[in-house]
Design a protein around this ligand. Sequence first.
Ligand SMILES: Cc1cc2nc3c(=O)[nH]c(=O)nc-3n(C[C@H](O)[C@H](O)[C@H](O)COP(=O)(O)OP(=O)(O)OC[C@H]3O[C@@H](n4cnc5c(N)ncnc54)[C@H](O)[C@@H]3O)c2cc1C
Length: 299
Amino acid sequence: MLAYRRDQSLLTEAGMPLALVRARDTDDVVETMKWAHRHGVPVVTRGAGTGLAGAANALDGCIVLSVEKLNEILHIDTAARTATVQPGVINGDLAAAVAEHGLWYVPDPGSRAISSIGGNLATNAGGTCCAKYGVTADHVARIKAVLADGRIIHTGAATRKNVAGLNLTQLLVGSEGTLAVIVEATMRLRAAPSAAATVVANFPTTAQAIDAVLAIRDRVEPCLVELMDRTTIAAVDAMTHMGLDESAGACCSSSATAATPLRRLRRVPMCARTPGQPRCTTPTIRSRAKSSCRLVESR
Ligand SMILES: Cc1cc2nc3c(=O)[nH]c(=O)nc-3n(C[C@H](O)[C@H](O)[C@H](O)COP(=O)(O)OP(=O)(O)OC[C@H]3O[C@@H](n4cnc5c(N)ncnc54)[C@H](O)[C@@H]3O)c2cc1C
């Protein structure tokens, strides 16, 4: 039970739970919520426990309700481009499963390999692709959830147009487990992207790197933007030994899909031309630049 007391945050407090429930199906969740409701016991829902804010940390005397074993991909609908999953499915596992069908599950938090879809929904997780495609809220079609008293609700619809009534799906997204326990979700998929062209460059200052991001955005619609300041470059290099230039003030990596002609990326002015200021390094532009992939992984 101790291992389920807290998430990955280092500076938060965690209490001692009364009990740990490892739900194996929706009925387990319903029964847990009914019992807790009857006895006035708080419930802390837990996905994969990768949160960095202590939101899944136990309170004294609570039930920690782990949904990590609810981890089945129930259905991939290639025609509708949706996947219906249980909440404990790991984001990266879903992405890999739909990729076999030529589809793409877009939301890509840095914890993609270890965090769950339920947790991603409850925190409205975002990642490098949010610059173009948005965050988890932009990719959910419908949710099945269990309320505090054990009642089951269904929100949303798999159809593209679903405008009648209150938008309870979006109310649940980002609610951090305070409104209901998500037990099933239908997530939207996209066609797998064509190969990406990637530009990576170092800058003397963070301000210049930000100027470059804005310049890139003016010319192309990047599907991925990642910017690291000097402290982050040093931390990433210490961990990965990638040989990053630690003297750089900032490093920027940006990708656009093949629909964006490479020559347009080449024309992006990568540095503000302030007289007397040092210039950025010559940007490297390639298809599927390995260094950029590794930079993204290193998040
Ligand atoms: C290395 C690393 C990189 C990260 N990168 C990012 C990033 O790029 N972007 C980002 O947004 N976050 C990032 N995070 C934070 C974290 O991974 C996300 O918040 C993630 O969405 C949490 O998912 P989880 O399954 O671990 O949820 P948990 O940590 O278990 O829970 C998080 C919250 O969701 C609630 N919850 C979990 N499952 C359910 C459910 N089924 N129903 C209702 N509520 C539920 C919990 O009660 C809690 O409030 C990162 C974390 C790490 C360790």
